[in-house]
Design a protein around this ligand. Structure first.
Ligand code: OGA
Ligand code: NI
Length: 360
């Protein structure tokens, strides 16, 4: 399938058309084509400060633990202050996480024709491979290759996942089930932290979606002019990220600047997503984040996005609305987000959450 780049720069690479599957990041070009160069106002800062990311120790979260209320308080502070935190003692074995990362590396190392079997720009496809965000459609291209697939219920989807590498389904599947359990537990803690009780959303979350975004950022010859992913927040209630090396940056709203998420061995990263912002009536804000690049090594991240069912609307909890705190958001579903994504260019700064705000 041939796509031509939209850039009008007249530069050698940007003016030629090439097949998706042979994008600059996949071909290992020694320079960055103009169509990837982001406006200078959004330049990645190659020496950003380290963000003050809360670290929450989940060992005290088990229901009978005397520590539970303290952990809930930590989660509440982290969600309120940053919409982002790292978790340790989360209960997922290192070997399971390593297995998921190695199956992702194995997939991206396959020859292009094998990956192209799954290539699609249709955001509604439950399993798809792609480059950038919507390569050949969006104005600016991002230095990313990705595989997205649904993961719950596992038995419904696993047979449509990549058949290669041969261990992909088993290793990724094991990680997906564990991280889903963890996500449900965290959602219980989060609704508890909002005073809604730990079972508030559990039935709907049990029936909900789990979308895996498996991202690969190849080394970039000039990491200060391009990005792996532009600033965005996730549509989900909650996203849990596993990464092979650092490269994630978050916007600290209080300080008004980007900060890099520090490396913490064995930790996972938790994002508050747009749907949780809506549920909490803005008490918790979805975190704006982006992926930066480096010129040395390929980075893999595996994001598990958890939300309600495809067409299940999520609105603000009535318990959090009163005269002093009027409802600030419209309800929406995962399906509404997909329609938004297909119609809008995220790289241009369009944000789903802005379409939901009643009070700006
Ligand atoms: C995402 C995302 C961040 C990363 O997939 O939504 O933000 O570090 N990924 O790759
Ligand atoms: Ni994200």
């Amino acid at each position: 399938m041939e796509f031509s780049h939209r850039s009008n720069m007249g530069n050698d690479e940007s003016s030629i058309s090439f097949s998706t599957g042979k994008s600059a990041q996949e071909r290992g070009l020694s320079h960055v084509p103009e169509s990837y160069v982001i406006p200078t106002s959004h330049d990645p800062n190659l020496h950003p400060e380290t963000a003050k990311v809360p670290v929450v120790d989940l060992s005290g979260l088990r229901p009978a633990s005397a520590q539970r209320s303290l952990v809930i308080q930590d989660i509440k502070n982290a969600c309120h202050r940053m919409g982002f935190f790292q978790i340790i003692n989360h209960g997922i074995n290192q070997s399971l996480m390593d297995g998921a990362l190695s199956s992702a590396f194995g997939f991206f190392n396959l020859p292009t024709p094998e990956k192209m079997k799954l290539m699609s720009n249709d955001v509604h496809k439950p399993v798809r491979y792609g480059t950038s965000i919507k390569d050949g459609i969006d104005n600016i291209q991002f230095w990313r290759v990705f595989l997205k697939h649904y993961a719950h219920p596992l038995e419904d989807w696993i047979l449509s996942w990549p058949a290669n590498p041969p261990y992909y389904r088993e290793k990724m599947g094991n990680y997906c089930s564990e991280v889903r359990k963890l996500g449900l537990e965290l959602m219980g803690a989060i609704t508890e932290s909002l005073g809604l009780g730990s079972a508030y959303l559990s039935d709907k979350m049990n029936e909900g979606m789990q979308v895996m975004a498996v991202n690969c950022y190849p080394p970039c010859p000039n990491p200060n002019v391009a990005l792996g992913l532009p600033p965005h927040s996730d549509y989900s209630c909650l996203t849990i990220v596993l990464q092979s090396s650092p490269g994630l940056e978050i916007m600290d709203m209080e300080e008004g600047k980007w900060g890099k998420v520090p490396k913490l061995h064995g930790a996972l990263q938790v994002h508050v997503g747009d749907h949780l912002e809506v549920l909490s009536n803005g008490l918790y804000k979805s975190v704006v984040h982006r992926a930066i690049l480096n010129c040395e090594r390929t980075r893999i991240s595996i994001a598990s996005l958890m939300s309600l069912g495809l067409d299940e609307k999520l609105g603000t909890a009535e318990e959090l609305v009163d005269e002093q705190h009027p409802k600030r958001y419209k309800e929406s579903s995962f399906g509404d987000f997909l329609n938004f994504l297909s119609a809008n260019d995220i790289g241009e700064g369009k944000a789903f959450i802005d379409t939901l705000k009643i009070i700006k």
